[in-house]
Design a binder for this molecule. Structure first.
Ligand code: CDP
Ligand code: MG
Length: 183
């Protein structure tokens, strides 16, 4: 019979599913003047903002963000268009922290193609372009916002846009209550 040994650290790890995710409000969101409305949605669910800045991306930073997997999935032309779009104007880069926040933010962002995105999601509420229209007209799919797709992407993308010292450690009252975060 297998010997059952008690883990040295048997205390449950309350931070086990505490995650960080990278969100970009792309140039079309800034043009539309809906930065505040989008931000409010993440604040409203009690996610913790740990990083935020307005910037115009350099090309090499945009290339680190939209990596070769985009070309593998959609072709090099789409990747080139996307990079061009991302550096075409100001963007807002943010890091949000919370429980299962990567999946939660993706749910709030909605489907890649705004015509398929559910009402109540950012893309579903603020855009409607379809993949078919974009493809037929040689356009990228303008969908306002980027959010990391999984933990691996989140780790890479947070590091693309933020230096460690740009991420702020703080204890809002909300997370003190819900996560029992202490000073
Ligand atoms: O952003 P999301 O993770 O939902 O989608 P993605 O599959 O990672 O693709 C990245 C971005 O490429 C999308 O947000 C679209 O802006 C763009 N895209 C496009 O322009 N044309 C496509 N056929 C597919 C994606
Ligand atoms: Mg993606």
């Amino acid at each position: 019979m297998a010997k059952i040994t008690k883990s040295k650290n048997s205390k449950p790890n309350k931070a086990a599913k505490l995650e960080r995710t990278l969100v970009l409000l792309k140039p079309d969101a800034i043009h539309r003047g809906i930065v505040g409305e989008i931000l409010q949605r993440f604040e409203r669910i009690g996610a913790k903002m740990v990083g935020m800045k307005l910037l115009v991306s350099k090309k090499d930073t945009a290339e680190k963000h939209y990596r070769s997997d985009i070309a593998e999935r959609y072709g090099q032309k789409v990747r080139d268009q996307l990079i061009k779009m991302l550096i075409s104007g100001p963007i807002v880069a943010m890091v949000w922290e919370g429980i299962d926040i990567i999946a939660t933010v993706r749910k709030m962002v909605g489907s890649t193609y705004p015509n398929l995105a559910a009402p109540g999601t950012v893309r579903g509420d603020y855009a409607h372009i379809s993949k078919e229209y974009a493809n037929a007209n040689g356009l990228e799919v303008f969908n306002l916002i980027h959010a990391s797709g999984n933990a691996e992407e989140a780790e890479i993308e947070v590091n693309v846009w933020f230096k460690p010292e740009e991420l702020v450690q703080h204890r809002p009252i909300y997370t003190r209550l819900t996560l029992r975060e202490e000073d």
